[in-house]
Structures are given as structure tokens and as C-alpha cells.
Design a binder for this molecule. Structure first.
Ligand code: NAD
Length: 331
């Protein structure tokens, strides 16, 4: 294969689709790779070379890196919201195969920069037991007590990226994403995260005339949610920076899950009864400390939750309506 400016793995997924768009908009040549068939990609950009490959296989990673690449963005992973990762720990840990084989292929074929998408799930659970949580600083990842399954794989793979930098000189960069949301992402099926689930439930209520929705737990657990445009901007800035330690890429606007639903209802122009039911909850509180990213990149995520949710709700509403009308997934 020919040399490209950028290889994006997981490009048929949510963040990978947006990142591919951002790279194409810069005029870069992009090889976009995902194991899903093209019709299931959230975005299929005609300007990119779109390949369907399973990157858990070493030979697929070697193939997509043949010819070398300026930048590699490794986003492919088996992942989802709490409902998925709490009951699919082995599948989440198997993402270590693509993380390992992509790093080896980057080493073998040469990549100027290698970006790894880690997660706030690497942070020690005992620092996230209160709703009024102290924002998580990068050093809070150790002593290690990450989210079981998914978080351990992320912590291992980010550490492996660090040692590939030290031992093989590959310029690796690592972000710990905090709850990224936006259009063109998973909104149903069990892998969706809280903002997309909230948009789907409210849109469904609007379209069916229901007056109540179900929420897992008491809704007083806290989180911060990062809009996709901040995520792609931060990813490009970090990859091209000199920062070799993992950095949080996350909003620091802390809200309860009840407040998140309240904002979506405000956008939809409805007020719904909340029925609190048992469900997987994750940690009690989580927020991003943005001191280090502000210092290192002179930038931090800043898009208000209401602004991002307006875009997300509009897109999810269209998906729910299209499904109701028997029309296929909208691009
Ligand atoms: P996503 O599920 O929408 O996209 C991931 C894509 O990777 C999927 O399209 C999937 O088919 C693909 N994939 C999985 N295994 C593969 C394999 N073996 N070979 C090829 N493709 C494979 O998820 P996303 O939200 O876009 O997340 C992208 C990355 O960011 C993931 O590594 C995820 O763990 C990380 N992350 C995301 C968030 C978030 O809030 N979305 C938070 C923290 C970290």
C-alpha cells in the first residue's frame, strides 16, 4: 500500500468517523479502517481509502501500515457504555490484540506519530466514590485500580505505548477521553452511552406520546460529557504536540444524570416523569481535571453541554423517526 498522511483505525465508529472528516478537511490523505462492513459505518467518507479489516489480526495491521504513515490514530476497540462494558469484560480486554499489533506494525513500517485513545476508565475507582467528586488528575491513575475489564486493557495499552516510545523511539501520544458524545455514534442496541441513551428515550417519548422514561439508578451520579468537536480538536493538538505523558481530553462541566436528562427535555420542549430502575451505574462521580492539558496545549474542551446536546438530539431524533418509519440508518 502507498504511504498516507494518516491511518485511522475504528473509522467506521463514532470518533473515528469524525476524526477522518477532520483530517480530510485539512487536505490529508487518509486510510480509514474498521472491521464492520461499510454499510454499518456511521460515516463513510468518499475522500478516504476505506478498508474493512479485522485489526486483531497481526497481518491486517501489517497490511494497513505497509508503505508507512505520517500519523496513526488507533481508535479501534470493543467498547460501549456501562451496560456493555460491565457485562463484556473479556471482549473488552481482547482489544489488546489490535492495540499490540498496531503498535508493532507502526514500529515495523514507520509512523511519525502514533495516537492511542485511552479512557477515564483507567482511573482508580476509590477516587470516584462521591457524586461531589474531585476532578481526576492524570497522576490519579496510580496506584492502579481501573474499571474491571475495559479499564485494565486501556491502562495496559497506554503503558505499552509509553514503552514503545522509550524502547523503540516511536512518538506515541495518549489521550484519556471522558464520555464523548455527538451525532453519528451509537444510540441504541446496548453499547450507547448516557447522552445518546437520554436523547433516544426522550425522542421516543416525543414520537410516541409517552409521558415517562426510565433512568438507571437514582440519577444523582455525576459525570462530565465531552462534545465530539472538542474531542477531535484535542486529539489533533495532542498528537502533534511534544507531550509524551497521557492527557485528559474531557469537559470539566460536571452534571448529574438527572440534569443531563433535564437538558435533553428542555431541548425537546417536554417534561417527562423519571422512573428510576436498577441498572449498571459505574462509579458514583467522575470529572476531568484540565490543569495539565491547559498548561501543555494552551487549550481545553469548552463546548457547553447544552450546545452539544442540541446537535446530538437533532440527529438521534432523526434516527428514531427513520426507524419508526421503516427507513434505514441515516447518514
Ligand atoms: P465506537 O464503538 O463507535 O468505534 C470503535 C470502532 O472500532 C467500531 O466501529 C468497531 O467496529 C471498531 N473495531 C473494534 N475492534 C476492531 C478490530 N479488531 N478491527 C477493526 N475495527 C475494530 O467507539 P468510539 O466511541 O468511537 O471510541 C473510539 C475509541 O475511543 C475507542 O478506543 C474507545 O475505547 C475510546 N474511548 C471512547 C470514549 C467515548 O466516550 N466514546 C471514551 C473513552 C475512550
Amino acid at each position: 500500500m502507498a504511504h498516507v498522511d494518516a491511518v485511522v483505525t475504528g473509522a467506521g465508529g463514532f470518533i473515528g468517523g469524525h476524526l477522518t472528516a477532520a483530517l480530510l478537511a485539512e487536505g490529508r490523505t487518509v486510510r480509514a479502517v474498521d472491521r464492520k462492513p461499510h454499510q454499518e459505518w456511521y460515516q463513510l467518507h468518499p475522500g478516504a481509502q476505506n478498508l474493512v479489516r479485522d485489526l486483531s489480526l497481526r497481518e491486517s495491521c501489517q497490511e494497513v501500515m505497509a508503505g508507512g504513515a505520517g500519523e496513526v490514530y488507533h481508535l479501534a476497540a470493543d467498547m460501549g457504555g456501562m451496560g456493555f462494558i460491565e457485562s463484556n469484560k473479556a471482549a473488552c480486554m481482547l482489544s489488546v490484540l489490535s492495540s499490540t499489533h498496531m503498535l508493532l506494525a507502526a514500529r515495523d513500517h514507520g509512523a511519525d506519530r502514533y495516537f492511542y485513545s485511552s479512557s477515564a476508565c483507567v482511573y482508580a475507582a476509590d477516587k470516584q466514590t462521591e457524586a461531589a467528586v474531585l476532578p481526576l488528575r492524570e497522576e490519579d491513575a496510580y496506584p492502579a485500580l481501573p474499571e474491571d475489564g475495559y479499564g485494565w486493557e486501556k491502562l495496559f495499552s497506554e503503558r505499552m505505548a509509553r514503552h514503545f516510545l522509550e524502547d523503540y523511539g516511536i512518538a506515541t501520544r495518549t489521550a484519556r477521553y471522558h464520555n464523548v458524545y455527538g451525532p453519528y455514534g451509537t444510540w441504541d442496541g446496548g453499547r450507547e452511552k448516557a447522552p445518546a441513551a437520554a436523547c433516544r428515550k426522550v425522542a421516543t417519548a416525543v414520537l410516541t406520546g409517552a409521558d415517562a422514561i426510565e433512568i438507571w439508578g437514582d440519577g444523582e451520579q455525576t459525570r462530565s460529557f465531552t462534545y465530539i468537536d472538542d474531542c477531535t480538536t484535542g486529539t489533533l493538538r495532542l498528537t502533534r504536540s511534544a507531550v509524551t505523558e497521557p492527557l485528559n481530553i474531557g469537559s470539566d462541566q460536571l452534571v448529574t444524570v438527572n440534569q443531563l436528562y433535564g437538558l435533553v427535555e428542555e431541548i425537546a420542549g417536554v417534561r417527562l416523569e423519571h422512573r428510576h430502575i436498577p441498572g449498571p451505574l459505574g462509579v458514583r462521580g467522575r470529572n476531568s481535571d484540565n490543569t495539565r492539558i491547559t498548561k501543555e496545549l494552551d487549550w481545553a474542551p469548552s463546548i457547553p453541554l447544552l450546545t452539544g446536546l442540541e446537535q446530538t438530539y437533532r440527529w438521534v431524533y432523526d434516527q428514531v423517526r427513520a426507524r419508526r418509519d421503516g427507513r434505514p440508518h441515516q447518514r
